[in-house]
Design a protein around this ligand. Structure first.
Ligand code: MN
Length: 289
C-alpha cells in the first residue's frame, strides 16, 4: 500500500539510489476534499507508470540526466490535511537538508503546503511560482481551510512572494484579496517572462496544478477549466526560470487519471523530467547552455 509499484523512469540501482541522486521523487497520493472529478489519489502512480515510457535522452539539453540518478521514495499518505501537511513537510525538510531537489507528485493541491513550508524554513527569501487555472486563494472552502481551493492562501500566510500564472477562474473574495495584496497574476496566456522573473526572488519553489494546461491536452484533472496554457508555454517559462533563478524544489499536482487515456499521464511525467533537465543544465552544467 505504501510502496508504489514503479520507480520514476523505471530506474534501478545504482540510478535510483537516494544518496547519489540530485532529484528525489516523492509520490503523495492524497485526496480528501471534493473536486468536480475524483481520482487525484491515483495521480502519482499514473505519472510513475507513464514515466517508464519517456525517452531518457533529452534532445533539447543534450543530456541523459537519469544517468546521474533520480531516486523514488515510498508514497506519503495520511488521513487528514493536518497530517499530510506534517508528513510532507518532514520528508521535504530532510531532502532539502541533504541538498537534494524534491519532486513531489500529487495528489490534490493541499499536498503542496507542507513542502513549501519546509522550503521556507530553509530559504528565508523563498518565492513560490504557482501555475494554475484557479487562484486557490479562498480563506475557507466547504468550511475547510486546507481545501485545494485555499492552498495559496495558506502558503501566503508564510511566504510573501508568490507569482501566479495561467489563472482564469477566481471568486470575488479572491479578486479582492489579490487587489489588496497587489499579487502578480498573469491571467490566461498573458504571461510576461521578464515580469515573472522580476517578481521572483533568487530561491524559487514551483507548484504546478496541471489544470493550468488547456484541457484539450490535459483533460485528466480534478477541476477542468477551458482555455489555458500550452505545453510549450510551460516549458518556455520553466526553462527561463531554471536558468535565471535557483529552483529548490517543485511539485506537479491534481492529475486525476482517466481510464484508457494515457497521454495526460505521459504529459505529466514528461513535464517532471523536462523540469529536472532544465534544473540540471542550469545548476550542474551552466557552460553548455
Ligand atoms: Mn486548479
Amino acid at each position: 500500500m505504501n510502496k508504489t509499484n514503479f520507480n520514476f523512469a523505471g530506474l534501478q540501482k545504482p540510478f535510483n539510489d537516494y544518496k547519489r541522486s540530485l532529484f528525489t521523487v516523492i509520490p503523495v497520493p492524497y485526496e480528501k476534499t471534493t473536486s468536480f472529478v475524483r481520482g487525484t489519489k491515483k495521480g502519482p502512480e499514473a505519472i510513475l507508470r507513464a514515466s517508464q515510457e519517456i525517452e531518457l535522452y533529452d534532445y533539447e539539453t543534450k543530456q541523459n540526466i537519469s544517468e546521474h540518478g533520480i531516486s523514488t521514495q515510498k508514497s506519503i499518505t495520511a488521513d487528514s490535511p493536518e497530517q499530510i501537511i506534517k508528513n510532507t513537510k518532514t520528508i521535504t525538510e530532510k531532502v532539502l537538508y541533504d541538498n537534494k531537489i524534491p519532486v513531489i507528485l500529487g495528489g490534490e493541491h493541499t499536498i503542496s503546503i507542507g513542502p513549501i513550508f519546509a522550503a521556507k524554513n530553509k530559504y528565508h527569501n523563498l518565492s513560490v511560482l504557482h501555475f494554475d487555472a484557479h487562484l486557490d486563494m479562498r480563506n475557507l472552502f466547504d468550511n475547510d481551510k486546507y481545501s485545494h481551493a485555499c492552498v495559496m492562501r495558506r502558503v501566503r500566510e508564510k511566504v510573501e512572494n508568490t507569482v501566479h500564472v495561467g489563472i482564469r477562474s477566481l471568486c470575488e473574495e479572491e479578486y479582492e484579496y489579490a487587489k489588496v495584496n497587489n499579487l502578480p497574476i498573469f491571467f490566461e496566456k498573458k504571461y510576461k517572462l521578464d515580469e515573472i522573473i522580476r517578481r521572483l526572488t533568487r530561491n524559487v519553489y514551483v507548484t504546478i496544478d496541471l489544470d493550468v494546461l488547456d484541457p484539450s491536452i490535459m483533460p485528466s484533472v480534478g477541476n477542468p477549466e477551458p482555455g489555458g496554457a500550452g505545453w510549450y508555454d510551460i516549458l518556455k517559462i520553466m526553462r527561463t526560470v531554471a536558468n535565471k533563478k535557483n529552483i529548490i524544489g517543485f511539485d506537479i499536482v491534481e492529475l486525476s487519471p482517466i481510464k484508457n487515456i494515457e497521454h495526460p499521464n505521459v504529459t505529466a511525467a514528461k513535464l517532471a523530467y523536462k523540469i529536472m533537465n532544465y534544473i540540471y543544465s542550469a545548476k550542474v552544467k551552466p557552460t553548455q547552455q
